[in-house]
Structures are given as structure tokens and as C-alpha cells.
Ligand binder design. Structure first.
Ligand code: NAI
Length: 292
């Protein structure tokens, strides 16, 4: 099993920035890659703020935080990942885009490198087929926000080796996470169950059963969830939710997974949730909820 000294994270959005933070705090050198330099600036700011919050709550020492920020480097050049031991992809939830990236990573990464995907639902086996090293490709599905949420779902593709699994499991544990293992079927464990619930909440709104507030309050107080499903959809990103329900619909071939037209319409309108300031609800500059 390889000792991970250097990690590459691709995609500096809400997930990639949090994953880069975890590696940096664990004392691992991290390259964070994004095509968009503004995304890298936002990621650096959010990582800096987040580690400072951990220090002020006494959860990490000032020294660990300072070293974490030193461990982090940002780039828009994939070639900087040549010496990474593990590369974790967290870009847009599209099979074609991910496969293109993995094929490029296969060319750039050193032969021993593990290529992991933070995909929420796409087949690891198919992503691995874009590379010449399917035994070193694995799903490493963090929950949002990665620095806070305890779980990492590890997904083994058809050819993922035991060595790859053990290296990634050990790294996740070094990040302070608890792991669960899933076979490579659409949505894995968590999103197989969560996303149909969110889609059904959209149908409940779409068909006029109740208001968005009553749907969320009903599920929060009625089923003891910290967030209602519509609020959670805004937090995840409505584009991400739609991509996942489409993967379930196509991959499992059951009409019960058809995307709700209201969810589709919100995404078409650019109402992607908190990250865009509007989704089911409207948000202010600090992503706080605004009454609309
Ligand atoms: P996001 O939209 O916040 O960030 C994606 C980032 O990737 C953007 O900054 C974009 O500029 C960058 N990007 C896109 N294509 C790129 C490329 N070819 N090379 C480099 N950078 C590129 O998305 P988010 O929410 O962080 O999701 C990323 C992945 O994580 C998706 O696969 C999603 O399904 C998965 N995921 C999302 C969760 C969520 O709650 N949002 C939870 C768990 C997994």
C-alpha cells in the first residue's frame, strides 16, 4: 500500500476546495487545479476562512492551520500533477467531460498514481475505461461540505485493485473520515436513496401539494432531518441533483426516477441553488437565506 505524500485535486468548486483543505490539514502537499482562475481565488479564500474557523473552535492548532495553507498550491495547468500520488477529480457531473479528463490524466500522471473521482453517481467502471490503468481508478465520494461531513463513500469499479482500495481507505481515515463501501451501481448508496427523495419533493411542490416551506418543515420535523429536501437541493446544487437523477433514470431504467419538470425548469433558468444566489429559495451575498 502506497504512502500518500502528494495529492492533486481537480475542480476548485464547493467539493474540490473542501477536499483540498482536508488533504492540506492532514499534512499532505496539494495541487488544486481549476480552469477558472476566479474559482481558484474563491477556493483559496474559502479554505483560509474555513481553517481559521477550525482554529477558533479549538479543533485544530494554529500551527496545523499555518502548515495547511503552506501545503496548498493552486494552478490551472494539469501538467503540475505529474508527481501526485493520488489525484481526486471533482469537476462537473458529466460522464463525457470526466472521461476526457481521466484520459488526459492517464497520460500526465506517473504510472503508480491512483486516479479517484468524487462523482456523485457516474459509473467508476466507465470512467476507468478511459484510462490504461483501470485497477488504479476508484470512486471517492465525499459529502458536502467535505471538511465537516464525516462520511466518504468508496466505490470500487469492476477492476479496482485491493491495493488501490487500501491506499484510498487509509487516506480517507487520515482525513478523519469514516468510510462505507459501495458496489459500482448508479447513485451508489447515499444518492440512490437521497436524490429520489429530493426529486419527489420537487414533484410535491410541482403538483401543488404544499408550499416549499411546508415541504421542508414537514420533512425536518416529521423525519428528524437537519435540512428539508428542497433546502438541501439548493445546498447541493440543482444542476448536480438533476445530473444524478438522470443517471439513476438511464442507469436503472425505471420511470420512477424521471426528473421532475420543475427541477429541469429551474436548472434551465440558471436557478442552481445557493452557489448562484437563487434556487428554490433566494440567498444573499453570504449565501444566507433571504425571504422572497
Ligand atoms: P462546482 O460547480 O461547485 O465546481 C466544479 C468546478 O470544476 C468549477 O470550479 C469548474 O470551474 C471546475 N471545472 C470544470 N471542468 C473542469 C476541468 N476540465 N478542469 C478543471 N476544472 C474544471 O461543483 P461541485 O458541487 O463541487 O461538484 C463537483 C463534483 O462533485 C461533481 O461530480 C458532483 O457530482 C460531485 N459532488 C457534489 C456534491 C455536492 O453536494 N455539490 C456532493 C458530492 C459530490
Amino acid at each position: 500500500m502506497a504512502d500518500v505524500k502528494s495529492v492533486g485535486v481537480i475542480g476548485g468548486g464547493q467539493m474540490g476546495s473542501g477536499i483540498a483543505q482536508l488533504a492540506a490539514v492532514a499534512g499532505i502537499g496539494v495541487w488544486l487545479v481549476d480552469l477558472d482562475s476566479e474559482a481558484l481565488k474563491r477556493a483559496t479564500q474559502s479554505i483560509t476562512n474555513s481553517v481559521q474557523r477550525f482554529v477558533s473552535k479549538g479543533q485544530i492548532s494554529r500551527e496545523v492551520a499555518t502548515n495547511a495553507l503552506k501545503n496548498l498550491k493552486c494552478t490551472s495547468n494539469l501538467e503540475d500533477l505529474q508527481s501526485a500520488d493520488v489525484i481526486i477529480e471533482a469537476i462537473v457531473e458529466s460522464e463525457d467531460v470526466k472521461k476526457k479528463l481521466f484520459s488526459e490524466l492517464d497520460r500526465i500522471a506517473k504510472p503508480s498514481a491512483i486516479l479517484a473521482s468524487n462523482t456523485s453517481s457516474i459509473s467508476i467502471t466507465r470512467i476507468a475505461s478511459a484510462t490504461s490503468r483501470p485497477c488504479q481508478v476508484i470512486g471517492m465520494h465525499f459529502m458536502n461540505p467535505p471538511p465537516i461531513m464525516k462520511l466518504v463513500e468508496i466505490v470500487r469499479g469492476a477492476d479496482t485493485s485491493n491495493e488501490t482500495f487500501m491506499t484510498v481507505k487509509t487516506m480517507a481515515e487520515r482525513f478523519g473520515k469514516i468510510i462505507v463501501c459501495s458496489q459500482d451501481y448508479p447513485g451508489f448508496i447515499v444518492n440512490r436513496i437521497l436524490i429520489p427523495m429530493i426529486n419527489e419533493a420537487f414533484f410535491t411542490l410541482y403538483t401543488g401539494v404544499a408550499t416549499r416551506e411546508d415541504i421542508d418543515t414537514g420533512m425536518k420535523l416529521g423525519t428528524n432531518q437537519p435540512m428539508g429536501p428542497l433546502e438541501l437541493a439548493d445546498f447541493i446544487g440543482l444542476d448536480v441533483c438533476l445530473s444524478i437523477i438522470k443517471v439513476l433514470h438511464v442507469g436503472l431504467g425505471d420511470s420512477k426516477y424521471r426528473p421532475c419538470p420543475l427541477l429541469v425548469q429551474y436548472v434551465d433558468a440558471g436557478r442552481l441553488g445557493r452557489k448562484r444566489g437563487i434556487g428554490v429559495y433566494t440567498y444573499g451575498k453570504q449565501q444566507e437565506l433571504v425571504k422572497s
